[in-house]
Design a protein around this ligand. Structure first.
Ligand code: 0RA
Length: 635
């Protein structure tokens, strides 16, 4: 009798994929929209690795009508010959063995680390169906899987002179909360990927629309085009983007930068194409070099006098838009979200490259050099004035019994991890919220009307706004360079505004403030948006709340036929009595909170500039683009 060909290796493989299905969060972060989109990134990253190896020029991504996604590349194709250890074709190993993706590759720079690089096998495990087609060695090879298990062997089904891989997968509805891909999320990620891989063509097609939507991303300028794009809607301080690159034993570094006349710093750092949100050694090297080089230049040319203090890093980075991209062989990712580069050799490498090349640039371009230094000097003056003003407020505060804002109704518990603060639009809703709250752990800060748009103001002006001062003192963290997350007095800051246009505007203003001055609060997951109900459906004495139009339809559909009902549409928080406000929006047992994330830094940055910036045209375009998603408008 022939022995079974089923080996211990097969059992290990099945156990591996079972583990992924049991705890998907461990592999893709979540089973919400973020995790769902991660499936696409995982496959695309494998294609990008082919591009990094110089073997792939085009990646095609198609969202199909049934929310299946295809990723097609013209790389080398996943190897089809048997892997001795598994006695199975490379394709099957890559698709069923955890972390097998890079095993056959050379030792080039790979997209890997953090949640990335978990392997295509994870996508396979979390798909109700997956089909792979490989063109390689003159043939077309195909295989299909269900929930990670092969339905048959890899088979040659045709001939082709081309090479490449096509993966089509149907995310498993048993795993994901909702299987619905977002065009905006995918498009913005693919644009970013294209910026980071000069000349790589990425085409995204959405077949769910009557008229398929298509976008093509290909940038011959790479990260220079990235900076151009980020600064497009801003007024540049110098016309040409400064850029340089270098390669050495440590790896490669590319930098592109341009200052604009605004007040914000937009510096994005990547390591092996991964957005290192938490920064790391490459960013530290960049910052140190930037500060030193500009101060040296300013002194050498007498723009800074002997008696003057050095310009601070923050002053120098005011209005700076920059992209730093390093590639290295063995990236170490650290930090809470594994997006902080840890390789120490990158600090000195980036620092010396930037010091050298930025120094040369400044010497060769005296006009932009002077504008940049002058702008930093102005920032420095404004910051000093702001600091004085702040010290004054603090001292004044000390003379009073408490430094907390008068309008704040604080909670009694002092343990920050257990407490929350509601930022409420208007004094009247603030009043209801104060009555409704559980005062032991919920604090209320009413904000009057439209708070200052910090996108259009420098730090000095921002700090002189009363509402902004109130928020800062209430949170206890300080801002900008003095920001300290540890000092946060609450671990939930919940924005609670009306469900109308003004409410949306105020929410946007508050988010802009967080984004520009307390981004770490968002990164730490401390910022939330309250979800008041939109409707109340009453039948006799009973009632039910609906939080969306869909929920309203569902609630109505549940009613027995010919039932008389009444629908109340809530426009303002003030229309609810305190008890209703508690039940629907504030009670942790029954409420829904939306956690604000910085998932997509690029999309966030864009949206903030579009919505809150100086120019009207981008805002109009944004609104027109989003018009189809608008549920209702108040007139
Ligand atoms: C393993 C080894 C090699 C390439 C790949 C996997 C590969 C995986 C994916 C996933 C999507 N597209 C892909 N393209 C390639 C190296 C191949 C070689 O050395 O010839």
């Amino acid at each position: 009798m022939p022995k079974s060909t089923y080996s211990g290796k097969d059992i290990q493989v099945l156990e591996g994929l079972e583990a992924v299905r049991k705890r998907p969060g461990m592999y893709i972060g979540s089973t919400g929209p973020k995790g769902l989109h991660h499936l696409v990134y995982e496959v695309v990253d494998n294609s990008v690795d082919e591009a990094l190896a110089g073997a792939c020029t085009t990646i095609d991504i198609v969202i199909h009508q049934d929310n299946a996604v295809s990723v097609v590349d013209n790389g080398r194709g996943i190897p089809v010959d048997n892997v001795p250890k598994y006695r199975k074709p490379g394709v099957e190993v890559v698709l069923t063995v955890l972390h097998a993706g890079g095993k056959f590759g050379g030792d080039g720079y790979k997209v890997s680390g953090g949640l990335h690089g978990v392997g295509v096998s994870v996508v396979n495990a979390l798909s109700k169906r997956l089909e792979v087609e490989v063109k390689r060695d003159g043939k077309i090879w195909t295989q299909a899987y269900e929930r990670g298990k092969p339905l048959g062997a890899l088979t040659a089904t045709g001939k082709s002179k081309a090479s490449g891989t096509k993966v089509t997968f149907w995310p498993d509805p048993d795993i994901f909360e909702e299987v619905e891909f977002s065009w905006d999320t995918l498009a913005s990620r693919m644009r970013e990927t294209a910026f980071l891989n000069k000349n790589l063509k990425i085409v995204l097609t959405d077949e769910r629309e009557l008229e398929p939507r298509r976008a093509e991303f290909r940038y011959s300028g790479g990260i220079v085009d990235f900076v151009k794009y980020l600064n497009e809607k801003r007024e540049a301080l110098h016309a040409k983007i400064i850029s340089f690159e270098a390669e050495a034993e440590e790896g490669t570094v590319e930098v592109a930068l341009q200052w604009n006349s605004g007040y914000n710093e937009t510096v994005m750092a990547f390591a092996n194409n991964i957005n290192t949100h938490e920064g790391g050694t490459h960013l530290e090297g960049f910052r140190t070099a930037l500060t030193r080089t500009l101060n040296d230049y300013a002194r050498k040319h007498g723009i800074l006098k002997e008696k003057d203090d050095n310009l601070s890093g923050e002053d120098i980075r005011e209005g700076l838009t920059a992209v730093i991209s390093v590639k290295l062989r063995d990236p170490q990712f650290e930090g809470q979200t594994k997006t902080k580069l840890g390789n120490t050799e990158m600090r000195s490498f980036v620092q010396s490259v930037v010091t050298q090349q930025l120094g040369d640039y400044l010497e060769e371009h005296p006009k932009p050099a002077r504008s940049i230094v002058t702008k930093a000097q102005q920032a420095s003056k404004a910051r000093m004035a702001a600091r004085k003003a702040r010290e004054l407020t603090r001292r004044k505060g000390l003379l009073e019994s408490s430094t907390l804002p008068g309008k704040l109704a604080d909670c009694s518990i002092r343990e920050a991890a257990l407490t929350e603060i509601f930022l409420v639009e208007g004094d009247s809703a603030g009043g209801s919220a104060k009555q409704a709250r559980d005062r032991s752990f919920q604090a209320i800060l009413p904000l009057r009307g439209k708070i200052l748009n910090v996108e259009k103001a420098n730090i000095n002006k921002a700090l002189s706004s009363q509402e902004i001062q109130a928020m800062i003192t209430a949170f206890g963290t300080g801002i900008a360079e003095e920001f300290d997350l540890e000092q946060a007095r609450y671990h939930k800051a919940i924005i609670m505004t009306d469900a109308d246009v003004d409410g949306a505007h105020i929410r946007c203003l508050i988010l802009t403030f967080f984004y520009r001055y307390m981004r770490e609060m968002i990164e730490a997951g401390y910022v939330y948006i309250a979800q008041p109900p939109l409707y109340k459906v009453s039948v006799g004495k009973k009632h039910e709340y609906a939080y969306s139009d869909k929920e309203l339809q569902q609630a109505l559909a549940r009613l027995p036929e010919n039932t008389k009902y009444n629908i109340q549409r809530y426009k303002g928080l003030g229309e609810m009595n305190p008890e209703q406000l508690w039940d629907t929006t504030m009670d942790p047992e029954s409420r829904t909170l939306l956690q604000v994330t910085l998932d997509d830094a690029l999309a966030a940055e864009e949206a903030f500039v579009d919505l809150m910036g100086d120019q009207v045209e981008p805002r109009r375009e944004f609104i027109q683009r989003q018009a189809k998603n608008v549920r209702f408008l108040d007139v």
